[in-house]
Every structure is written in structure tokens, then in C-alpha cells.
Design a protein around this ligand. Structure first.
Ligand code: NAD
Length: 418
């Protein structure tokens, strides 16, 4: 098993190397940035409802703690691999660095199809995974959060299991918890709201407004639904959305709250009666102003990037554009706001949740959203400045700014032993 088995890890390193070159990063520092510090692989035996025991593979990759404790989500998906988790952990390091947070980068995952698990099986899996990770996670060490296939309930089980094992309540071990046990107001919708703040900033660069703009969103889970809702509330027309069962389209604009209600009742978009069906592939190439891929990685590639009709691509998901896909978008003057910027709202509010928990003092939702907006929009400005100065694409510029901050910190801390 090697980190570089998967395309996403190889792409992440390519982007890192390009950005390091642009900002003249110290080559010794770059060598260290290219490798995660630690990878943990565990076997998770789970008692299933029919009393059989199934064993799942779980991963936690800790990329860098130079700037603070490792921070990053835990994903449950049947395609999870060590390489994918390593790529996502690496991206987290640079996301936290770009957003100026005192946090490093980590990521976890379990190779399982969560839709095939009952609630009890999912709880058993989560508790045993937490127990196997042991002291590798903790409020000062490594702080997981939700990602694909996991949610606030999953975080509550992790928090409870960890707390039972250490002997007292430790809400700081995870973020994205339910508000009742120390979660932050605004966390559930934070990533989607950050996608919308980034969209507004991107539109502003061309003196455009979100009101009246057209938007297409792939993925209708936590990120996609909130992005759709906040954009709709600001007067954008959401033309199409999709999930793993396919998409729906209405070129006059979907009634987003009604679509969300349908999904909360039926779990999936399939069968939504008030719009036309559309495939995920067709959805990506619909004519629109904004395309927000908010589902999974590697969906905009060398194959389809030439057919995209949007003027802006806002990456709600992690790694939705391959390196080749991104290059084509840039050549076609499509502004692509990269994941480490556009979906940063989630980790920013996770950071707020951690801070509020440590202080035992909680903020209002308006305070949370206003503080998040300040961080994500100033990161956007920093990225735009480097993009304009060096005439590079947004992804390289975002990575360049992230590498700059981490490079300074690594040089100041030095190498132990020297
Ligand atoms: P989620 O599990 O809540 O939703 C995922 C959505 O994608 C679902 O609607 C699912 O049906 C859809 N999907 C899955 N496979 C698909 C396919 N092949 N084609 C089309 N749609 C498909 O997950 P989420 O939390 O919304 O995360 C989505 C993405 O955003 C991931 O890349 C995740 O890493 C990233 N992200 C999430 C957060 C967060 O706070 N939740 C923060 C930053 C980044």
C-alpha cells in the first residue's frame, strides 16, 4: 500500500509542487510537506444485526501538526482507501494554513457503504473505530469532524466513546457535534454557507451579484443542500441538483425548500415530481453561471472540462476537478475556486466550535456566520491577489498562499533533531 496509488493523492502533490515553485518554497520544507507524518490502519470488527461479525478497514492519516492539532473529517464510503484519505489529510493541512487557523491536517475513513448499515450497526462501527484509534485522537491531538456518510450523530457517538474511555466528558475531541452536547450554532450549514460566500466574492470580481444568477449543484447532502438553500435565499436561481440516484432540472429555477423537504421524506432525489430528471453527467454541462460540484472527487476531468458551460466553478466537494480538468477550465477562462478555499466554511466553524468548547462560552449563530464570512472572504482576497500578481489559476494561488504560511512555520520550528 502506498499513498500515491490514487489519482487524488498524485494530483494533490502535483498542485503542491506547482504552488511551491511559484512562491520559491524551500526545497527541504517541500520534501516534508509531500509526505503525511503518520498513517494509522485499523481493523474494525462489528456485530451486525444478524449476529454475524464483519470486519471493516479504517484509516486515520495525520499529515501535519506544525500549525496545531490535526483536524479533518471522517468519511464512510465503500471506495475509501489509504491513498484517498492521505490526499484529503494533505488538503486539510493546506486548507487550515490558507484560512489562518491554528490547526494541522488530518482525515479518516472507513471502507463501508453506510447506506447498507442499520443505525445500530453504524453505531457499533463508529464506537469500535473510535476505540481502535485510542489516544491518537483527542482535543489537543487530532479532532475529527463529519464528512461523506457521517453526521452530527456519528460525532456524538465518537465523543461519548472517547469520553467513556478517558473517564470524563471530552466534547473537544470532535467538532460537528449536535448543539445539545457542545456543538456550535451554524456548524451544520457552515460549508454550504461558505460555498455561497465564495460564490459572491467570485461574482464580485466580474461586478456581478448572486441575486438573479443561475446555479447548478452536484451532490445534495450536507454541503449541496445548504449551498442550494442559502443561494436560493439570496435570490439565485438553482436550476438543477443531483445525488447518487441522479439529478433533477427546472430551467426556470427549482423550489429549493420543497426539494429539501422531499429528500428529508424520501432520502433521495429520485422521483421528485415537480422537475425533469437529468443524469449526473448531463447536469455538469448545463448552461449556467455557477457550477458547484458538492458530492465527490474527480468529476470534472480532461474528458468533460471542455464541455462545461458555467462561468464559475465553486468546489464544495474535496478534489472534484482533476489537475487536467482544472487546466482546461483555466484555459477557457472559467474561474474555478478550489476546495481548500470554497469549502473552508466547515473547518472555520469547526475551529469556532473547538474554541467555544474550550472556553465553555457559546456564540450566537449570527456571530458565528459573521466571523466565518470575515475569514473566508479575506482568504479569497489573498488568493485573488496572488492569482493576479503571478497570472496563475486560483488553485495554484490558494495552494501558494497556504504553502507560504506553512513554510514560515516549519522553518521557524526547525527540524528535530537537526
Ligand atoms: P454527504 O454524505 O452529506 O452528501 C454527499 C452527497 O453526494 C449525497 O447527496 C450523495 O447522494 C451524493 N453523491 C454520492 N455519490 C455521488 C455520485 N457518484 N454522483 C453524484 N452524487 C453523488 O456529504 P457532504 O458532507 O455533503 O460532503 C460532500 C463533499 O464535500 C465531500 O467531498 C466532502 O469531503 C466535502 N466537504 C464536506 C464538508 C462538510 O462540512 N460536510 C466540509 C468540507 C468538504
Amino acid at each position: 500500500m502506498d499513498f500515491s496509488e490514487g489519482q487524488m493523492f498524485r494530483d494533490t502533490i502535483k498542485i503542491l509542487e506547482e504552488a511551491a515553485n511559484v512562491i520559491n518554497c524551500d526545497p527541504n520544507v517541500l520534501e516534508r510537506m509531500k509526505r503525511p507524518k503518520r498513517a494509522i490502519i485499523v481493523s474494525i470488527p462489528v456485530r451486525m444485526d444478524d449476529y454475524r461479525v464483519k470486519v471493516f478497514s479504517g484509516y486515520r492519516v495525520q499529515h501535519s501538526s506544525t500549525l496545531g492539532p490535526y483536524k479533518g473529517g471522517i468519511r464512510y464510503h465503500q471506495d475509501v482507501s489509504l491513498s484517498e484519505v492521505a490526499a484529503l489529510a494533505t488538503l486539510m493541512t493546506f486548507k487550515c494554513s490558507l484560512l489562518n487557523l491554528p490547526l494541522g491536517g488530518g482525515k479518516g475513513g472507513v471502507r463501508v457503504d453506510p447506506t447498507q448499515l442499520s443505525r445500530t450497526e453504524k453505531q457499533n462501527l463508529t464506537r469500535r473505530f473510535t476505540s481502535e484509534l485510542g489516544t491518537a485522537i483527542g482535543p489537543d491531538v487530532d479532532i475529527p469532524a463529519p464528512d461523506m456518510g457521517t453526521d452530527p450523530q456519528t460525532m456524538a457517538w465518537i465523543m461519548d466513546t472517547y469520553s467513556q474511555e478517558v473517564g470524563f466528558a471530552q466534547p473537544g475531541v470532535v467538532t460537528g457535534k449536535p448543539v445539545e452536547i457542545g456543538g456550535s450554532l451554524g456548524r451544520a450549514g457552515a460549508t454550504g454557507l461558505g460555498v455561497v460566500f465564495t460564490t459572491e466574492k467570485a461574482l464580485e470580481t466580474q461586478k456581478k451579484k448572486i441575486e438573479g444568477t443561475t446555479m447548478v449543484i452536484q451532490g445534495f447532502g450536507n454541503v449541496g443542500q445548504h449551498a442550494a438553500l442559502y443561494a436560493h435565499q439570496r435570490g439565485a436561481k438553482v436550476l438543477a441538483v443531483s445525488d447518487v440516484t441522479g439529478g433533477i432540472v427546472d430551467m426556470k429555477g427549482l423550489n429549493v425548500p420543497d426539494v429539501i423537504k422531499y429528500v428529508s421524506e424520501h432520502k433521495v432525489l429520485k422521483g421528485y415530481p415537480k422537475a425533469e430528471p437529468i443524469s449526473n453527467e448531463e447536469l455538469l454541462t448545463l448552461p449556467c453561471e455557477i457550477l458547484a460540484p458538492c458530492a465527490m472527487e474527480n468529476v470534472i476531468t480532461g474528458e468533460n472540462a471542455g464541455k462545461i458551460q458555467a462561468k464559475f466553478v465553486i468546489e464544495g466537494a474535496n478534489g472534484p476537478c482533476t489537475v487536467e480538468g482544472s487546466k482546461i477550465l483555466h484555459e477557457r477562462d472559467i474561474v474555478a475556486c478550489p476546495d481548500i478555499l470554497a469549502n473552508g466554511g466547515g473547518v472555520i466553524v469547526s475551529y469556532f466550535e473547538w474554541v467555544q468548547g474550550l472556553q465553555h462560552y457559546f456564540w450566537t449563530e449570527d456571530e458565528v456566520n459573521a466571523k466565518m464570512k470575515l475569514i473566508i472572504t479575506s482568504a479569497f482576497d489573498k488568493v485573488w491577489e496572488l492569482k493576479t500578481e503571478k497570472k496563475i489559476d486560483m488553485r495554484t494561488a490558494a495552494m501558494g498562499q497556504a504553502v507560504r504560511r506553512l513554510e514560515r512555520a516549519m522553518l521557524l520550528r526547525g527540524l528535530y533533531p537537526r
